[in-house]
Design a protein around this ligand. Sequence first.
Ligand code: BDR
Ligand code: CA
Length: 314
Amino acid sequence: MPVPIIIDCDPGHDDALAIMLAAADPAVDLLAITTVAGNQTLAKTTLNARRVCTVAGITGVPIAPGCDRPLLQPLVVADDVHGESGMDGPRFPEPTVDAVPEHAVDLIHRILTTHPEPVTLVPTAPLTNIALLLTRHPDVVPYIREIVLMGGSTERGNRTPAAEFNIQTDPEAADIVFRSGVPITMCGLNATHQALATPEVVARFEGLGTDLGRVCAELMTFFASTYRRLWGFASPPLHDPVAVARVIDPAIVRCVPAGVVVELRGQYTRGATVVDLHRSLDLPVNAQVAVAVDAGLFWDRMIAAVAALGSRTA
Ligand code: BDR
Ligand code: CA
């Protein structure tokens, strides 16, 4: 039986491919897409989710906008990484898939409490919506099978030397999620940096010969240019689909149990995930932490998803 999931995202080049993987892979059942402010403003991330669904032929999956700013601190978008639109690169047609008139937190709550089995949440963005859900509806915890998130790192950050973007954008929200008692899997930069969109990968997208394959190649080409400019990467990492891949097949992403806390006060380290891998702090174990990605399996699954969607839209 496919695992029922909800993606909470801020598209975003890599969020776009996470949506495609979740919509097409038979191992998961995508119940909803919710959006949040992060890589760009809420208006832009919601428009981008609609664009992705339109170009990929994803219909019948509700898209609901959520929080337009972090819980406490002002929003600082990642236009340096994702561009002015949040998904620069390809030209997208006018979206024909609409958002629904329900707040993301209300939609997630409604689905969780009415779905016949517990649902997995897959946040690939700042954790504002998820923290609000858990704060407003603490009774919802038993309805969540697990939270498999992209965020944090066991090593260095990307937004600051210590902190990864999704956690650093809303550290208070991340703190609420990591303390919630819900089973958590953290797919951080240390793992996602093993899923690199090399020129061979881009060629595989192009080789599909579909409009969607071309859009994916163009997204990866833009992403490659920012990763080269900002961090000197030869090829860009495709962060967000790694969290979806972990739900699809745990063998793709190897995890180890560890205690994880979010640094809220550090002068230079606010938003860092402190991962007690070797139990030196004796933190209670609250997460499975991704440490290794099987890149071969990951890309086969990602390309197969885009191929399946492309044949629907071709
Ligand atoms: C995360 O930050 C965003 O820019 C990406 O979409 C991803 O979710 C990586 O740090
Ligand atoms: Ca994202």
